[in-house]
Design a protein around this ligand. Structure first.
Ligand code: NAG
Ligand code: NAG
Ligand code: NAG
Ligand code: NAG
Ligand code: NAG
Length: 663
């Protein structure tokens, strides 16, 4: 179907060619801003200046220099740098150093997967945003040009692997881990082909248009002039796509488009997806993928802007929706925003109000800089004014959702600190903190930037007197069951938590193990089921009974220490402790009565019967045994049996107890 009508349209175009020329007054081309309905994106590996060489003398190190140039007044310059390792070479990962400079303030977001990267850059004019926290960052003084930066790197490293100076890129794909150069020195060449390791995507900022109210709504021309490769003669191919979209509602399907593709004669335009009604005027050759046409010879197009426009007018297209010159490309996409509802209005709309752009720009910038931070009990905002310089409409005030929570201006930053319970802050699942920044601009316009940050990861140990785990306490009562909850707050829902060790350390530096290698370290300890917890917190629970054999003390402090292992993106162990008081309510003073051990042993036996009869019997047996020879307990270091471990409780106390009675 498509091919049929496409052919029809091609024919229709030749008819139009023969039609009598429409008389049109001269069309003055005017710059077309972003957000005005046409976007031209292209990708290329050709850069204004670059070189490659053998690199630094150390074989295990690569040094790449990247110099970013932006036109002045280009607003917020944001670049995504995607770094990947060359495939098919499983040699040792080499240390990769990127030395980055820029001629104006740039926001650089780096995507790199597990590569050992070092960034050397000047923080005065580069904001570096790297997902991987391990990345090494080193600050660099500023340099007036890319060449100066290159000189500095050569001196510092004894050589560089590549130097690439780029203009207004949006996204760069950079491959490391390749042998890219053989020459000893890196001497920049102009119009350098960096295709071995580099490709960048650019959104053209040079689009022009005739804001000519169209007499024929839905009929428009787009002119592309590709300057590339005028010097070399080999056939080069460029992929071209065009699509029509609409932000709200259906795109305008009946758009009648003329695509004018001006290039040198040996260039091949591989035309992929294009709107349904499109007509071509191409120099060089072209092929239509949808119709599998093979190569079709184009025509000769005039060599000046005015003549090109005249040619288009002569063929019945008054409205030049876009005119774009592109230095070099291997892929070009034209995106046109035209909605089905009101095509005529959309097309002849005067430049959209700058207010829209300002909002987008401000929100975009804040989301790169992310000036918010969640701490244990507070949300902090510190927005460095240095980063706000690219904004056309300066920020004059910053508040949270609650306008009473206003940031202070300390001359270099807007700073604000609020407690989690204040300023309409919402905490979801006990970890995700949400609020919004409301920015007032110099033009009085307000911009809202919602944000979320997670509370820091935290391990906590808590003690409870009952199995309800509701009211925490800090007192361990002798011969009473105490409940312990070890919880880890993390936003990483995929992680799993293993309870490794817990022990009760008394002031005498004696330690009573409670959990060892994830399991109960003695018969007086029972690991409980962890409750299902829908929040971001992971929980482990157990209960234990602290026994006193010779209750010759009333109160003593101790520390409950637990260590966990967290299995997540970066496996690690954490430790946390809780200061507790040991309390013996039955015997507040020195007690000469029967050994508590017997009482404790019996209570404890009852406690365990439902669980493990043999263990309980063994316990009672082993526990009553030393009663007969009560005096020597502290002198006899316990054996390695688990039940003997309980004895160490007794001996643990007797030592500090005697000390305290001396004091
Ligand atoms: C980075 O580049 C690699 C290879 O070209 C690609 O697979 C990956 O999706 C890119 N990542 C981003 C975030 O662009
Ligand atoms: C970070 O990079 C600098 C400069 O290359 C180097 O001196 C420093 O040792 C590196 N630090 C780490 C932790 O790799
Ligand atoms: C792989 O690495 C080795 C050593 O660095 C190098 O000699 C070789 O050229 C590399 N191969 C490719 C395909 O880059
Ligand atoms: C239009 O092209 C852009 C860029 O290639 C692409 O992201 C977008 O999804 C395309 N839209 C449609 C409707 O094909
Ligand atoms: C302003 O506050 C920021 C963030 O707390 C701090 O880093 C900076 O030094 C402060 N500036 C001045 C001039 O006090």
């Amino acid at each position: 179907m498509d091919s049929v009508w496409c052919l029809v349209l091609l024919l229709a175009f030749s008819v139009a060619t023969n039609a009598s020329p429409v008389t049109v007054q001269e069309c003055p081309l005017q710059p077309l801003g972003q957000g005005q309905g046409v976007k031209v994106l292209y990708s290329t590996s050709r850069v204004p200046s670059g070189c490659v060489s053998q690199g630094a003398p150390e074989a295990d190190q690569e040094v790449h220099i990247l110099y970013l140039q932006y036109g002045f007044g280009s607003g917020v310059s944001q670049l995504h740098l995607n770094i990947s390792a060359a495939e098919g070479n499983n040699t040792q990962p080499r240390k990769v150093v990127f030395v980055v400079g820029a001629n104006s303030f740039s926001f650089l977001t780096v995507h790199a997967e597990d590569l050992p990267l070092t960034f050397i850059y000047n923080s005065e004019n580069i904001f570096l945003n790297v997902d991987d926290k391990e990345t090494n960052r080193t600050k660099l003084p500023s340099f007036a040009s890319g060449e100066e930066l290159l000189m500095w790197a050569k001196l510092n490293y004894g050589g560089v692997s590549s130097f690439t100076s780029v203009e207004s890129p949006q996204r760069i794909h950079f491959q490391v881990g390749k042998e890219i150069g053989t020459s000893v020195d890196c001497v920049p060449e102009t119009d350098f082909d960096a295709g071995q390791y580099f490709e960048m995507e650019v959104i053209s900022s040079e689009i022009k248009s005739c804001p000519h109210p169209s007499k024929h709504p839905g009929k428009e021309a787009h002119i592309l002039w590709l300057h590339q490769g005028n010097q070399d003669s080999g056939t080069q191919a460029v992929e071209l796509n065009m699509n029509v979209t609409c932000d709200k509602g259906d795109p305008f399907k009946e758009l009648n488009v003329a695509l004018v593709l001006k290039s040198r004669q040996s260039l091949l335009w591989n035309i992929g997806s294009v709107p349904h009604s499109v007509q071509f005027l191409a120099s060089g050759k072209y092929s239509l993928k949808q119709m599998k046409t093979g190569e079709i010879n184009g025509i000769t197009l005039p060599d000046s802007k005015e003549d090109l426009i005249r040619e288009v007018h002569n063929r019945g297209f008054d409205f030049i929706a876009s005119y774009t010159e592109i230095p070099s490309a291997n892929r070009i996409t034209i995106e046109v925003v035209r909605c089905a509802e009101q095509p005529a209005v959309t097309i002849s709309l005067p430049p959209s109000s700058p207010a829209h752009d300002t909002t987008e720009e401000t929100v975009g910038l804040l989301n790169i800089v992310k000036p918010w931070k969640c701490l244990e009990n507070t949300v902090e905002v510190a927005l460095a004014k240095q980063y706000l310089r690219p904004l056309n409409d300066p920020i004059t005030a910053v508040t949270l959702r609650d306008p009473l929570c206003m940031a202070q201006d300390n001359t270099t930053h807007f700073v604000l600190r609020s407690f989690l319970g204040d300023c309409s802050t919402v905490v979801e699942k006990g970890i995700h903190v949400q609020n919004e920044l409301i920015l007032t601009l110099a033009s009085q316009q307000q911009v809202t930037v919602p944000f979320q940050c997670d509370l820091p990861e935290k391990l906590s140990v808590q003690l409870y007197p009952t199995s309800e785990f509701d009211l925490p306490s800090t007192t361990v009562e002798v011969n009473k069951v105490a409940y312990v909850q070890v919880s880890f707050r993390t936003a990483d829902e995929k992680s799993s938590l293993q309870l490794q060790e817990c022990s009760l350390k008394t002031t005498g530096k004696m330690s009573l193990p409670l959990i060892h290698n994830g399991v109960s370290a003695g018969s007086s300890v029972e690991v409980l089921n962890s409750p299902y917890n829908p929040t971001g917190t992971k929980i482990h629970r157990f209960r234990f009974m602290y026994e006193a054999e010779d209750g010759g003390w009333s109160s003593l402090s101790a520390t409950l220490v637990c260590r966990v292992f967290l299995n997540h993106h970066d496996p690690s162990s954490f430790e946390s402790s809780l200061e507790v008081k040991l309390k013996n309510p039955n015997f507040p003073l020195h007690n000469q009565g029967l050994g508590l051990g017997t009482v404790g042993g019996i209570t404890f036996g009852a406690f365990l019967i439902g669980v493990l009869l043999t263990a309980a019997l063994w316990y009672i047996y082993s526990h009553t045994r030393p009663l007969a020879k009560m005096q020597p307990v502290s002198a006899n270091p316990p054996a390695s049996e688990s039940s003997s471990t309980n004895h160490s409780i007794g001996s643990t106390q007797s030592t500090p107890c005697s000390t305290s009675s001396v004091a």
